[in-house]
Design a protein around this ligand. Structure first.
Ligand SMILES: [Zn+2]
Length: 135
């Protein structure tokens, strides 16, 4: 698929690893992302609510409708399974089992609002605004 090839070419990647820890990567190589079973996703209404939550919490506003959503059977980034992935400029990938997991979805939304890639998650907003939903 050309879409997948384009994504690999872009390969600006963040990821979530495992259910209890988050590890995001900033990769640039063409072979670092492996996605299976991709399909476009029409986000449920609750996502708009979560988007507003994350905007309010972060103080950063963005256009929800600019985000393109995709589901995948699996996301593998640099050899690690990921739950979610944000790809610049506004693509969010989720594995099918986490579409109702607010902290994962909000985490990726926050990447979009902050346009922030990379392992460091330099902003404390990831903890303050997304991870708190895990409690
Ligand atoms: Zn992240």
């Amino acid at each position: 698929m050309s879409r997948g090839a384009g994504i690999r070419a872009l390969a600006r990647v963040t990821l979530l690893v495992a259910a209890t820890s988050i590890a995001c990567e900033d990769t640039s190589g063409p072979n670092n992302v492996d996605m299976h079973g991709l399909s476009k996703y029409d986000p449920p209404l609750v996502y708009l609510e979560w988007w507003k939550d994350i905007e309010e919490c972060s103080g950063v506003e963005g256009d929800f409708s600019r985000v393109e959503w995709f589901l995948a059977d699996s996301l593998v980034v640099e050899g690690d399974f990921a739950l979610g992935l944000w790809v610049s400029p506004h693509d969010i990938y989720l594995i099918r089992t986490v579409t109702s997991t607010s902290w994962v979805v909000k985490h990726e939304m926050l990447h979009d609002l902050l346009k922030m890639k990379g392992r460091a998650h330099d902003s404390t907003l990831f903890d303050e605004c997304a991870s708190r939903d895990r409690l």
